[in-house]
Design a protein around this ligand. Structure first.
Ligand SMILES: [Zn+2]
Length: 196
């Protein structure tokens, strides 16, 4: 886990020396394997939940208490790929209906980051069926998104984030218990930077 995340959590939220913060993972909600569940704070004992997203040198940390949070940021230049298969028929229609390429790109990234934020809050990672997860990108939000995979079904409150120009981001939390979330954005040099 990034040293800066350890420092922020230790100094600002957990009141322990950053070196004392220990990270672990929740069990995967699909297969219960703890090797690839959502990251969590193992020590000290806390109700805080956090989620981290990175895109190039940028990172965004979201912290809340007593509920799951998911966050995703993307640089508009980053190669997102798999565009069409990730979109619902409705999203595709809305995006293709726009004449200006920049507007199409804006709606695509909005849909993409909203979906990723929901998946990261759920803990199902990249194996979810994105094309069934409606992100309503033409709606400025916040929006309520329904994840429907059996056993993991839930409603998520999703809002777009105001970030550095060129960065797009969204934050998802349980729609049944929307609460304050603190976000911190920063940019780091990549050299010597261990990916989390
Ligand atoms: Zn799994």
């Amino acid at each position: 886990m990034h040293a800066a995340v350890r420092r922020v959590l230790g100094d600002h939220y957990l009141a322990v020396p950053p070196s004392a913060v220990r990270f672990g993972r929740h069990a995967c909600p699909r297969c219960t394997d703890p090797a690839h569940g959502r990251p969590r704070i193992e020590h000290p004992a806390t109700t805080l939940d956090f989620n981290l997203s990175r895109s190039g040198p940028y990172w965004l940390l979201a912290v809340t208490a007593g509920a799951k949070v998911g966050v995703d940021i993307e640089r508009r230049t980053s190669a997102v790929g798999v565009a069409d298969v990730a979109l619902t028929a409705y999203e595709l229609a809305r995006i293709r209906g726009l004449e200006v390429p920049e507007q199409r790109q804006e709606l695509f990234y909005r849909a993409w980051t909203r979906k990723e934020a929901v998946l990261k809050a759920c803990g199902v990672g990249i194996f979810a069926e994105l094309e069934n997860l409606e992100a309503s990108p033409a709606d400025p939000g916040p929006v309520t998104m329904e994840y429907s995979e059996s056993g993991l079904a839930g409603r998520w409150h999703v809002q777009d984030l105001a970030l550095t120009p060129g960065l797009v981001g969204a934050l998802a939390q349980d729609a049944e218990s929307v609460r304050p979330v603190v976000t911190r954005q920063a940019a780091f040099r990549l050299a010597g930077d261990n990916n989390s």
